[in-house]
Design a protein around this ligand. Structure first.
Ligand SMILES: [Zn+2]
Length: 144
């Protein structure tokens, strides 16, 4: 979600009460696989969406379809998957010393999180992410 440029907050350990308060405070939408929590949210007038599917792909597809997500990874409007900070472009010499020299040599474009400092490039994760998005865009069923 963050890679696609959507501000997201993730907390697998937060209790129901806390999560609902957080959603209201941020004027966000609760995405959950917990039917009990989902019903509770609706009862309290909190915007909520029950995520369908058991695999990551199914769940992602369920959310993407519901919210008509922009299915493109654009680093200029992405948020850090790790901390949710804003990502900006970085020059090669800026990230030298942080990342492996072979990575630096292989990839010309880098992005760095302005909040936690994590460096990103179009590596394996990026490619697999785009593959998933391509499948979703072309309407291929991901249920198997
Ligand atoms: Zn970060």
């Amino acid at each position: 979600m963050r890679l696609l440029g959507y501000a997201a907050y993730y907390d697998p350990k937060g209790d129901d009460e806390y999560l609902l308060e957080k959603v209201v405070a941020s004027r966000g939408i609760l995405l959950t696989r917990d039917l009990h929590l989902y019903r509770r949210a609706l009862k309290h007038g909190v915007r909520a969406f029950y995520v369908e599917g058991t695999s990551f792909y199914e769940q992602f597809w369920s959310v993407a379809r519901e919210f008509k997500l922009r299915l493109e990874v654009d680093p200029r409007c992405s948020f850090c998957p790790k901390c949710g900070g804003k990502i900006r472009e970085a020059k090669g010499d800026e990230v030298a010393g942080i990342i492996h020299p072979s990575t630096l040599e292989r990839y010309g474009e880098f992005w760095v999180c302005t909040s936690c400092g994590k460096v990103y490039w179009k590596g394996a994760m990026w490619r697999s992410m785009n593959k998933v998005l391509e499948k979703i865009r072309s309407g291929v069923s991901l249920s198997r």
